[in-house]
Design a protein around this ligand. Structure first.
Ligand SMILES: [Zn+2]
Length: 145
């Protein structure tokens, strides 16, 4: 990138913007054929840049700040996901345990032996009998792995 000399309070005389005549905040852009240096002021550089499609810094910074806030909000939301998943898993685990508990008590109360024999083909029978003996959490853990 080219380096441009910048004069905050005006350059070596004669010193003024070749576009608008301003005498402060000047960039030196090259040698004039008539002698002296061609200079253009900051305001005219900005106008030229905007005319060329460059976006002013302020709106860009505004958008950057908005995006940063958006990212922060998403990061906070993302950090909560494991807890939410854990709560869902616990809810499902508790529901399944309650269901197994209720089913096994219902089976034991009505007809213990015959129904167990009918259901012995699937794994539900094993868990139901364990839950009935008071090992409430053990069957659920084994079935979730
Ligand atoms: Zn100017």
């Amino acid at each position: 990138m080219r380096h441009f000399n910048y004069f905050e309070n005006g350059g070596p005389a004669p010193s003024s913007c070749i576009a608008c005549g301003a005498v402060k905040e000047l960039f030196e852009i090259g040698q004039l054929l008539s002698g002296g240096m061609a200079q253009i002021c900051k305001k005219c550089v900005h106008e030229l840049a905007e005319f060329n499609g460059y976006v002013p810094e302020a709106p860009l910074q505004e958008q950057i700040d908005l995006l940063k806030n958006d990212i922060e909000a998403h990061e906070i939301e993302l950090a909560r996901v494991p807890d939410k998943v854990e709560a869902l898993i616990n809810g499902i685990r508790s529901s399944v345990t309650d269901f197994i508990f209720a089913v096994s008590y219902g089976i034991d109360a009505d007809k213990p032996a015959p129904i167990r024999n009918i259901e012995s083909t699937d794994s539900g029978e094993h868990e139901a009998s364990k839950a009935a003996t008071g090992q409430r959490k053990a069957p659920v853990k084994s079935s979730s792995k």
